[in-house]
Ligand binder design. Structure first.
Ligand code: ZN
Length: 196
């Protein structure tokens, strides 16, 4: 579950928190018990992730359909059965039309947040060069636009960064995301060369 459970999902009876099962980071119990079923209900963060596609000094952003004029990295939640990189590769293709082999995504960052009160997320973030992707950029799924920007171009535009992106990466994150992603891609290329 990704919100504090009040009722048992099996029998519907009320559940109560198990003593000592607080998160340790926030003051919230994570394990609940149903006395009727004698079973436990877990309250956990939801895994998600983002892709930074780098083309020279630009990175790919999408405009969210819920909030016109607000942009973010291509991102989303993992589907059941997906690894984090498989989920991010799927979200990238759904939102931007660019296909990528999940193996070509390089993890460069991870984060935790609470974008909606009491709904915690963990994010795992991957970098990839545009040259490793195929297809043409075309917004789809829950994105209304998808474009490459340099951080300077974006700052000079009348667009803004979506609140959930700020929650994950902080204010003025684009220069940092671009640099970290370029560094991760370079390092990965060197490692791949040595392996071959
Ligand atoms: Zn029950």
């Amino acid at each position: 579950m990704n919100q504090p459970p009040e009722h048992c999902p099996y029998c519907g009876d009320p559940v109560g928190p198990v003593e000592g099962a607080e998160s340790g980071v926030v003051d919230t119990p994570m394990i609940y018990r149903c006395e009727s079923c004698d079973d436990y209900v877990f309250y956990n963060p939801t895994p998600g992730g983002s892709a930074v596609v780098v083309d020279g000094d630009s990175l790919l952003l999408v405009e969210d359909f819920r909030t016109s004029g607000e942009w973010k990295l291509p991102s989303g939640r993992m589907n059941l059965g997906e690894s984090p990189r498989e989920g991010v590769a799927r979200e990238l293709e759904e939102e931007t039309g660019l296909a990528v082999d999940a193996e070509d995504l390089t993890c460069f960052y991870d984060e935790a947040g609470e974008p909606v009160p009491e709904q915690y997320m963990v994010g795992i973030d991957y970098a990839v060069s545009r040259s490793k992707t195929t297809g043409t950029v075309e917004a789809a799924s829950d994105a209304t636009d998808a474009r490459f920007f340099t951080p300077e171009e974006f700052a000079a535009s009348d667009h803004s960064i979506k609140e959930t992106h700020v929650d994950r990466f902080g204010e003025d994150s684009l220069p940092w995301l671009l640099e970290e992603s370029k560094r991760a891609i370079e390092l990965r290329e060197k490692m791949d060369e040595q392996r071959n």
